[in-house]
Design a protein around this ligand. Sequence first.
Ligand SMILES: Nc1ncnc2c1ncn2[C@@H]1O[C@H](COP(=O)(O)OP(=O)(O)OP(=O)(O)O)[C@@H](O)[C@H]1O
Length: 359
Amino acid sequence: MADPDLAAAIKSALAAVEIPGGGDLAGYAGLSDIIVTPSAVAFAIAVAPGMEAAFGPAREQAAAAAQQLVGTRKVMVSLTGGKPPAKAGPNFSHGKPVLPGKTPVPGIKRIIAAGSGKGGVGKSTTAVNLALALQAEGLRVGLLDADLYGPSIPKLLALEGQPAIRDDGIFNPHDAFGLKVMSIGSMLAKDQAVVWRGPMATSALRQLLRETAWGDLDLLVVDLPPGTGDIQISLFQQTVVDGVIIVSTPQDLALIDAKKAIDMIRRFNVPLLGLVENMSYFIAPDTGTRYDIFGSGGAERAAADLKMPFLGAIPLVMSIREGSDAGTPPLVSAPGGAEATAYRAIGQQVLAQLPAIPR
Ligand SMILES: Nc1ncnc2c1ncn2[C@@H]1O[C@H](COP(=O)(O)OP(=O)(O)OP(=O)(O)O)[C@@H](O)[C@H]1O
Protein backbone atom coordinates (compact mmCIF):
# COMPACT_ATOMS: atom_id res chain seq x y z
CA MET A 1 0.00 0.00 0.00
CA ALA A 2 1.34 3.49 -0.81
CA ASP A 3 2.33 5.54 2.24
CA PRO A 4 -0.53 8.09 2.06
CA ASP A 5 -3.04 5.25 1.61
CA LEU A 6 -1.58 3.45 4.60
CA ALA A 7 -1.80 6.60 6.74
CA ALA A 8 -5.44 7.04 5.66
CA ALA A 9 -6.23 3.38 6.42
CA ILE A 10 -4.73 3.73 9.89
CA LYS A 11 -6.71 6.89 10.52
CA SER A 12 -9.92 5.07 9.54
CA ALA A 13 -9.04 2.24 11.90
CA LEU A 14 -8.61 4.76 14.73
CA ALA A 15 -12.32 5.59 14.42
CA ALA A 16 -12.91 2.36 16.36
CA VAL A 17 -10.78 3.55 19.30
CA GLU A 18 -12.80 5.28 21.99
CA ILE A 19 -11.23 8.13 23.95
CA PRO A 20 -11.95 9.37 27.48
CA GLY A 21 -14.82 11.82 27.54
CA GLY A 22 -16.53 10.26 24.52
CA GLY A 23 -15.80 10.28 20.82
CA ASP A 24 -13.18 8.40 18.85
CA LEU A 25 -9.51 8.91 18.21
CA ALA A 26 -9.83 9.55 14.47
CA GLY A 27 -11.98 12.60 15.19
CA TYR A 28 -9.90 13.83 18.13
CA ALA A 29 -8.24 17.23 17.64
CA GLY A 30 -5.15 16.10 19.55
CA LEU A 31 -4.25 13.35 17.06
CA SER A 32 -1.10 14.25 15.11
CA ASP A 33 -0.40 13.46 11.47
CA ILE A 34 0.33 9.80 10.90
CA ILE A 35 3.91 9.49 9.67
CA VAL A 36 4.80 6.46 7.57
CA THR A 37 8.44 5.61 6.91
CA PRO A 38 9.81 2.45 5.26
CA SER A 39 10.37 0.84 8.64
CA ALA A 40 8.01 2.61 11.03
CA VAL A 41 4.68 4.25 11.56
CA ALA A 42 4.41 6.96 14.18
CA PHE A 43 1.83 9.31 15.54
CA ALA A 44 1.16 11.19 18.75
CA ILE A 45 -1.87 11.89 20.86
CA ALA A 46 -1.76 15.23 22.69
CA VAL A 47 -3.59 15.11 25.99
CA ALA A 48 -4.31 17.67 28.68
CA PRO A 49 -2.00 17.57 31.72
CA GLY A 50 -3.02 14.76 34.08
CA MET A 51 -4.91 12.83 31.37
CA GLU A 52 -2.00 10.61 30.34
CA ALA A 53 -3.15 7.59 32.40
CA ALA A 54 -6.73 7.90 31.21
CA PHE A 55 -5.55 7.86 27.60
CA GLY A 56 -3.31 4.81 28.17
CA PRO A 57 -5.85 2.22 26.94
CA ALA A 58 -6.67 4.32 23.87
CA ARG A 59 -2.98 4.51 23.06
CA GLU A 60 -2.63 0.73 23.32
CA GLN A 61 -5.70 0.08 21.18
CA ALA A 62 -4.45 2.58 18.61
CA ALA A 63 -1.06 0.88 18.46
CA ALA A 64 -2.68 -2.54 18.07
CA ALA A 65 -5.05 -1.30 15.36
CA ALA A 66 -2.18 0.29 13.45
CA GLN A 67 0.04 -2.77 13.85
CA GLN A 68 -2.59 -4.95 12.17
CA LEU A 69 -2.31 -2.81 9.06
CA VAL A 70 1.42 -2.20 8.78
CA GLY A 71 2.98 -5.66 8.71
CA THR A 72 6.55 -5.66 9.98
CA ARG A 73 6.84 -1.88 10.30
CA LYS A 74 7.34 -0.75 13.85
CA VAL A 75 4.48 1.24 15.36
CA MET A 76 5.14 4.07 17.79
CA VAL A 77 2.29 5.90 19.42
CA SER A 78 3.24 8.52 21.97
CA LEU A 79 1.12 10.42 24.42
CA THR A 80 2.32 13.96 24.71
CA GLY A 81 1.39 16.18 27.60
CA GLY A 82 0.41 19.81 27.43
CA LYS A 83 -2.76 21.30 26.15
CA PRO A 84 -4.35 19.62 23.16
CA PRO A 85 -4.64 22.15 20.35
CA ALA A 86 -7.85 24.09 19.97
CA LYS A 87 -10.14 22.69 17.29
CA ALA A 88 -10.23 26.05 15.57
CA GLY A 89 -6.99 25.66 13.65
CA PRO A 90 -3.33 24.66 13.76
CA ASN A 91 -0.66 26.38 15.84
CA PHE A 92 2.10 28.11 13.93
CA SER A 93 5.82 28.30 14.53
CA HIS A 94 8.07 30.32 12.20
CA GLY A 95 5.07 30.60 9.88
CA LYS A 96 4.71 26.82 9.58
CA PRO A 97 1.92 24.80 11.12
CA VAL A 98 2.86 22.87 14.24
CA LEU A 99 1.57 19.31 14.32
CA PRO A 100 -0.79 18.54 17.15
CA GLY A 101 1.12 16.94 19.98
CA LYS A 102 4.21 19.14 19.68
CA THR A 103 4.86 21.32 22.68
CA PRO A 104 7.71 23.79 23.09
CA VAL A 105 10.29 23.35 25.84
CA PRO A 106 9.84 26.36 28.13
CA GLY A 107 12.75 28.82 28.06
CA ILE A 108 14.35 27.39 24.90
CA LYS A 109 14.04 29.52 21.78
CA ARG A 110 15.49 27.18 19.16
CA ILE A 111 16.28 23.47 19.06
CA ILE A 112 18.61 21.98 16.50
CA ALA A 113 19.80 18.38 16.29
CA ALA A 114 22.91 16.68 14.94
CA GLY A 115 22.23 13.39 13.20
CA SER A 116 24.10 10.90 11.07
CA GLY A 117 23.36 7.83 9.05
CA LYS A 118 25.82 5.65 10.93
CA GLY A 119 27.96 5.70 14.05
CA GLY A 120 31.55 6.78 14.37
CA VAL A 121 31.43 9.60 11.81
CA GLY A 122 32.14 12.25 14.46
CA LYS A 123 28.58 13.42 15.09
CA SER A 124 29.07 13.92 18.83
CA THR A 125 32.39 15.70 18.32
CA THR A 126 30.70 17.98 15.82
CA ALA A 127 27.72 18.59 18.13
CA VAL A 128 30.00 19.62 21.01
CA ASN A 129 32.14 21.95 18.93
CA LEU A 130 29.13 23.37 17.11
CA ALA A 131 27.49 24.15 20.46
CA LEU A 132 30.67 25.92 21.58
CA ALA A 133 30.95 27.72 18.24
CA LEU A 134 27.38 29.00 18.58
CA GLN A 135 28.16 30.12 22.11
CA ALA A 136 31.13 32.02 20.70
CA GLU A 137 28.61 33.89 18.52
CA GLY A 138 27.12 35.28 21.74
CA LEU A 139 24.26 32.81 22.20
CA ARG A 140 23.22 31.04 25.41
CA VAL A 141 23.55 27.42 24.40
CA GLY A 142 22.66 24.03 25.87
CA LEU A 143 23.63 20.55 24.74
CA LEU A 144 21.51 17.45 25.21
CA ASP A 145 23.12 14.07 24.63
CA ALA A 146 20.23 12.02 23.30
CA ASP A 147 22.51 9.27 22.04
CA LEU A 148 21.11 6.97 24.69
CA TYR A 149 22.73 3.94 23.11
CA GLY A 150 26.28 5.31 23.12
CA PRO A 151 26.51 8.55 25.02
CA SER A 152 29.89 10.17 24.46
CA ILE A 153 29.31 13.77 25.58
CA PRO A 154 30.46 13.15 29.21
CA LYS A 155 33.87 12.11 27.86
CA LEU A 156 34.06 14.85 25.24
CA LEU A 157 33.37 17.52 27.86
CA ALA A 158 34.98 15.74 30.84
CA LEU A 159 31.71 15.84 32.80
CA GLU A 160 32.20 14.57 36.32
CA GLY A 161 29.61 12.92 38.51
CA GLN A 162 25.88 12.94 38.19
CA PRO A 163 23.72 15.99 37.62
CA ALA A 164 22.23 17.40 40.83
CA ILE A 165 18.53 16.79 41.32
CA ARG A 166 16.46 19.54 42.93
CA ASP A 167 13.83 18.85 45.60
CA ASP A 168 11.12 18.99 42.95
CA GLY A 169 12.85 16.23 40.97
CA ILE A 170 14.19 18.53 38.23
CA PHE A 171 17.79 18.02 37.05
CA ASN A 172 20.32 20.81 37.29
CA PRO A 173 22.38 20.48 34.10
CA HIS A 174 26.15 20.32 34.12
CA ASP A 175 28.05 23.46 33.23
CA ALA A 176 30.84 22.77 30.74
CA PHE A 177 32.76 25.74 29.38
CA GLY A 178 29.61 27.84 29.70
CA LEU A 179 27.31 25.29 28.04
CA LYS A 180 24.39 23.78 29.97
CA VAL A 181 24.75 20.06 29.37
CA MET A 182 22.64 16.99 30.08
CA SER A 183 23.57 13.47 29.10
CA ILE A 184 22.05 10.16 29.94
CA GLY A 185 25.68 9.05 30.14
CA SER A 186 26.29 11.04 33.30
CA MET A 187 23.47 9.14 34.97
CA LEU A 188 24.96 5.72 34.24
CA ALA A 189 27.70 3.92 36.10
CA LYS A 190 30.97 3.92 34.15
CA ASP A 191 31.02 1.36 31.33
CA GLN A 192 27.49 0.25 32.17
CA ALA A 193 25.90 -1.15 29.01
CA VAL A 194 22.56 0.36 28.20
CA VAL A 195 19.80 -1.54 26.52
CA TRP A 196 16.85 0.77 26.15
CA ARG A 197 13.60 -0.59 24.92
CA GLY A 198 11.65 1.86 22.74
CA PRO A 199 9.27 3.24 25.40
CA MET A 200 12.08 3.53 27.96
CA ALA A 201 14.23 5.41 25.49
CA THR A 202 11.48 7.84 24.62
CA SER A 203 10.56 8.49 28.22
CA ALA A 204 14.24 9.03 29.08
CA LEU A 205 14.43 11.57 26.26
CA ARG A 206 11.28 13.31 27.47
CA GLN A 207 12.69 13.49 30.98
CA LEU A 208 16.07 14.84 29.89
CA LEU A 209 14.44 17.42 27.65
CA ARG A 210 11.64 18.59 29.88
CA GLU A 211 12.75 17.89 33.43
CA THR A 212 16.00 19.81 33.24
CA ALA A 213 16.42 23.36 34.57
CA TRP A 214 17.82 24.71 31.28
CA GLY A 215 17.06 28.29 32.25
CA ASP A 216 16.73 30.68 29.32
CA LEU A 217 18.54 29.32 26.29
CA ASP A 218 18.77 30.82 22.84
CA LEU A 219 19.50 27.42 21.42
CA LEU A 220 19.68 23.77 22.42
CA VAL A 221 21.80 21.36 20.39
CA VAL A 222 20.60 17.75 20.58
CA ASP A 223 23.11 14.99 19.78
CA LEU A 224 20.96 12.25 18.25
CA PRO A 225 21.88 8.59 18.04
CA PRO A 226 22.99 7.48 14.56
CA GLY A 227 20.33 6.22 12.17
CA THR A 228 16.59 6.57 12.24
CA GLY A 229 15.18 5.11 15.43
CA ASP A 230 12.84 5.70 18.35
CA ILE A 231 14.70 8.71 19.70
CA GLN A 232 14.50 10.64 16.44
CA ILE A 233 10.82 9.86 16.04
CA SER A 234 10.10 10.76 19.63
CA LEU A 235 11.98 14.07 19.45
CA PHE A 236 10.38 15.14 16.17
CA GLN A 237 6.93 14.19 17.45
CA GLN A 238 7.07 15.87 20.81
CA THR A 239 8.59 19.25 20.11
CA VAL A 240 9.38 21.72 17.35
CA VAL A 241 12.87 21.01 16.05
CA ASP A 242 14.07 24.03 14.10
CA GLY A 243 16.53 22.10 12.03
CA VAL A 244 18.87 19.14 11.76
CA ILE A 245 22.46 19.04 10.59
CA ILE A 246 23.69 15.79 9.11
CA VAL A 247 27.27 14.77 9.79
CA SER A 248 28.92 12.47 7.30
CA THR A 249 32.38 11.28 6.40
CA PRO A 250 33.41 11.46 2.76
CA GLN A 251 33.12 7.73 2.06
CA ASP A 252 30.18 6.90 -0.17
CA LEU A 253 28.89 4.24 2.16
CA ALA A 254 28.42 6.77 4.91
CA LEU A 255 26.58 9.03 2.52
CA ILE A 256 24.18 6.26 1.52
CA ASP A 257 23.35 5.80 5.18
CA ALA A 258 23.05 9.56 5.59
CA LYS A 259 20.52 9.62 2.75
CA LYS A 260 18.23 7.33 4.74
CA ALA A 261 18.41 9.64 7.75
CA ILE A 262 17.72 12.65 5.53
CA ASP A 263 14.71 10.95 4.01
CA MET A 264 13.26 10.31 7.44
CA ILE A 265 13.78 13.90 8.58
CA ARG A 266 11.98 15.15 5.48
CA ARG A 267 9.05 12.89 6.23
CA PHE A 268 8.69 14.57 9.60
CA ASN A 269 8.79 18.01 7.97
CA VAL A 270 11.79 19.03 10.05
CA PRO A 271 14.03 21.53 8.20
CA LEU A 272 17.40 20.20 7.08
CA LEU A 273 20.00 22.85 7.86
CA GLY A 274 22.68 21.14 5.86
CA LEU A 275 25.46 18.60 5.59
CA VAL A 276 28.77 18.74 7.47
CA GLU A 277 31.60 16.68 6.06
CA ASN A 278 33.77 15.44 8.91
CA MET A 279 37.26 13.92 8.66
CA SER A 280 37.20 15.42 5.24
CA TYR A 281 40.84 16.14 4.59
CA PHE A 282 44.09 15.66 6.47
CA ILE A 283 46.40 18.46 7.54
CA ALA A 284 50.00 17.32 8.08
CA PRO A 285 50.94 18.49 11.56
CA ASP A 286 54.52 19.27 10.54
CA THR A 287 54.02 21.16 7.27
CA GLY A 288 50.36 22.20 7.48
CA THR A 289 49.85 20.75 3.98
CA ARG A 290 46.31 19.70 3.15
CA TYR A 291 45.68 16.22 1.72
CA ASP A 292 42.29 15.28 0.34
CA ILE A 293 42.62 11.67 1.37
CA PHE A 294 39.20 10.59 0.15
CA GLY A 295 39.13 12.79 -2.93
CA SER A 296 37.55 16.19 -2.65
CA GLY A 297 34.07 17.59 -3.02
CA GLY A 298 32.14 14.33 -2.43
CA ALA A 299 29.92 15.63 0.35
CA GLU A 300 29.47 18.98 -1.38
CA ARG A 301 28.20 17.22 -4.49
CA ALA A 302 26.08 14.91 -2.36
CA ALA A 303 24.56 17.91 -0.57
CA ALA A 304 23.68 19.45 -3.94
CA ASP A 305 22.14 16.15 -5.12
CA LEU A 306 20.14 15.98 -1.91
CA LYS A 307 19.04 19.60 -2.34
CA MET A 308 20.39 20.67 1.00
CA PRO A 309 23.02 23.24 1.93
CA PHE A 310 26.63 22.20 2.39
CA LEU A 311 27.68 23.67 5.73
CA GLY A 312 31.39 23.00 5.56
CA ALA A 313 34.19 20.50 6.07
CA ILE A 314 36.13 19.60 9.19
CA PRO A 315 39.65 18.23 8.77
CA LEU A 316 40.84 14.90 10.13
CA VAL A 317 43.35 16.05 12.73
CA MET A 318 44.96 14.41 15.71
CA SER A 319 44.30 17.48 17.86
CA ILE A 320 40.53 16.95 17.47
CA ARG A 321 40.80 13.32 18.52
CA GLU A 322 43.20 13.97 21.38
CA GLY A 323 41.40 17.08 22.61
CA SER A 324 38.07 15.27 22.44
CA ASP A 325 39.36 12.27 24.33
CA ALA A 326 40.80 14.57 27.01
CA GLY A 327 37.60 16.59 27.38
CA THR A 328 39.07 19.78 25.94
CA PRO A 329 37.50 20.48 22.55
CA PRO A 330 39.45 22.64 20.07
CA LEU A 331 37.03 25.53 20.59
CA VAL A 332 38.31 25.63 24.18
CA SER A 333 41.97 24.59 23.84
CA ALA A 334 42.76 26.62 20.72
CA PRO A 335 39.88 29.01 19.99
CA GLY A 336 41.87 30.80 17.31
CA GLY A 337 43.20 27.64 15.64
CA ALA A 338 42.30 26.23 12.23
CA GLU A 339 39.97 23.57 13.68
CA ALA A 340 38.05 26.05 15.82
CA THR A 341 37.80 28.37 12.83
CA ALA A 342 36.30 25.55 10.74
CA TYR A 343 33.65 24.85 13.42
CA ARG A 344 32.87 28.55 13.81
CA ALA A 345 32.33 28.91 10.07
CA ILE A 346 29.83 26.03 10.27
CA GLY A 347 28.16 27.65 13.28
CA GLN A 348 27.70 30.86 11.31
CA GLN A 349 26.21 28.92 8.39
CA VAL A 350 23.81 27.20 10.78
CA LEU A 351 22.69 30.53 12.21
CA ALA A 352 22.17 31.85 8.70
CA GLN A 353 19.84 28.91 7.97
CA LEU A 354 17.77 29.32 11.14
CA PRO A 355 14.92 31.74 11.64
CA ALA A 356 16.28 34.80 13.51
CA ILE A 357 16.51 34.22 17.25
CA PRO A 358 14.59 36.88 19.19
CA ARG A 359 16.79 38.56 21.83
N1 LIG B 1 37.63 15.69 12.62
C1 LIG B 1 38.15 14.71 13.36
N2 LIG B 1 39.48 14.45 13.35
C2 LIG B 1 40.00 13.44 14.08
N3 LIG B 1 39.29 12.62 14.86
C3 LIG B 1 37.94 12.84 14.92
C4 LIG B 1 37.30 13.89 14.18
N4 LIG B 1 35.97 13.86 14.45
C5 LIG B 1 35.79 12.84 15.32
N5 LIG B 1 36.95 12.22 15.59
C6 LIG B 1 37.16 11.06 16.46
O1 LIG B 1 36.38 9.98 15.91
C7 LIG B 1 35.81 9.20 16.96
C8 LIG B 1 34.29 9.14 16.78
O2 LIG B 1 33.78 10.43 17.01
P1 LIG B 1 32.35 10.64 17.69
O3 LIG B 1 32.21 9.90 18.97
O4 LIG B 1 32.10 12.11 17.69
O5 LIG B 1 31.45 9.95 16.58
P2 LIG B 1 29.89 9.67 16.55
O6 LIG B 1 29.50 9.76 15.14
O7 LIG B 1 29.19 10.54 17.53
O8 LIG B 1 29.86 8.18 17.01
P3 LIG B 1 28.71 7.42 17.82
O9 LIG B 1 27.46 7.69 17.14
O10 LIG B 1 29.19 6.01 17.76
O11 LIG B 1 28.75 8.05 19.20
C9 LIG B 1 36.28 9.84 18.25
O12 LIG B 1 37.42 9.15 18.73
C10 LIG B 1 36.65 11.25 17.86
O13 LIG B 1 37.64 11.82 18.69
